[in-house]
Design a protein around this ligand. Structure first.
Ligand SMILES: Nc1ccn([C@@H]2O[C@H](COP(=O)(O)OP(=O)(O)OP(=O)(O)O)[C@@H](O)[C@H]2O)c(=O)n1
Ligand SMILES: C[C@](O)(CO)[C@H](O)COP(=O)(O)O
Length: 257
């Protein structure tokens, strides 16, 4: 008869019966960086995370800030199974924290969930996971500091976000204004989004068609906390964003809010 696996040491945290912890008794912080997208809105043949930005692949800037953060123990970057670019670049300057995982999926949520599954054996259930888009290369150390500090005593976790600053219009099918939408209480979600490993994994396993981690947590009935960031942490989506990102990185010191 085949021996039953010991549930307490089972590699899949969803099977373990109670929250495990590290030997030092504290929750650790890990980053997951979804980088398996094709960048269709950018319109370039090369996926946007590898486009040159100040002499390095765009994603190098993103990973450098995460790897350089004293808060973060390891940085897992989730790449497409078919990725042809990663091995063409030198990542050695980023040090030992960086771990590539070739397990990206069809959507951003699939890529994040693939990453969470892949690291299941080395994280504790209550560890914090910071999910950050590869396509946000202007993340700054102070963004991470603020997020980690403000969420340290939260049960659920939360995300960086900025209050909507413009008047909002809902369009009809002909690009005419159908309505003005009250912007009170509206925020634009950014990343990192920081949640406990087991809660985030369960939420994503059960969610359908979510565009960020917070949405999956909301679908699970939880209320992530909004931590105010700033617009320098932009997502490079369209060609103009690449120029804005370059300017922000070159002028970073003068932009600290
Ligand atoms: N299947 C996917 C799709 C997206 N991403 C990642 O999720 C982040 C945010 O997604 P987005 O800006 O939409 O990137 P793309 O999907 O590459 O862009 P587009 O939607 O324009 O195709 C990016 O770092 C992207 O690489 C991913 O890991 N796996
Ligand atoms: C996660 C995100 O960056 C928060 O703004 C965003 O939802 C990603 O969306 P995309 O449509 O995959 O670019």
């Amino acid at each position: 008869m085949r021996a039953m696996p010991n549930a307490r040491s089972h590699p899949d945290p969803l099977v373990r019966p109670f929250a495990s912890a590290h030997a030092d008794g504290r929750a650790h912080h890990f980053a997951i960086v979804p980088a398996a997208g094709s960048g269709s809105r950018m319109g370039t043949e090369r996926p946007k995370q590898y486009l040159p930005l100040l002499g390095r692949p765009l994603i190098h800037h993103t990973l450098a800030v995460l790897c350089g953060s004293p808060h973060i123990d390891k940085v897992f970057v989730v790449l497409s199974i078919d990725d042809r670019e990663w091995s063409r670049h030198d990542w050695s300057a980023l040090g030992e924290k960086l771990v590539p995982l070739f397990c990206g999926g069809a959507t951003r949520a699939d890529s994040v969930l693939g990453g969470l599954r892949a690291i299941g054996a080395e994280v504790a259930q209550s560890d914090w996971i910071l999910v950050h888009d590869a396509a946000r290369p202007c993340l700054a150390a102070w963004h991470i500091d603020k997020l980690v500090r403000e969420l340290a005593h939260e049960k659920v976790g939360g995300l960086l976000a900025v209050p909507v600053a413009d008047t909002l219009k809902r369009a009809d099918d002909y690009h005419r204004v159908a309505a003005t939408v009250p912007r009170d209480s509206l925020w634009q979600a950014q990343t990192p989004q920081m949640f406990r490993y087991i809660m985030l994994r369960r939420a994503l396993e059960n969610a359908s068609q979510v565009t960020d981690e917070a949405s999956a947590m909301e679908a699970a009935g939880l209320s992530p906390r909004l931590v105010q960031g700033d617009t320098t942490n932009l997502k490079v989506t369209y060609p103009l964003d690449l120029h804005l990102a370059e300017w922000i990185l070159q002028n970073r010191e003068g932009l600290k809010s």
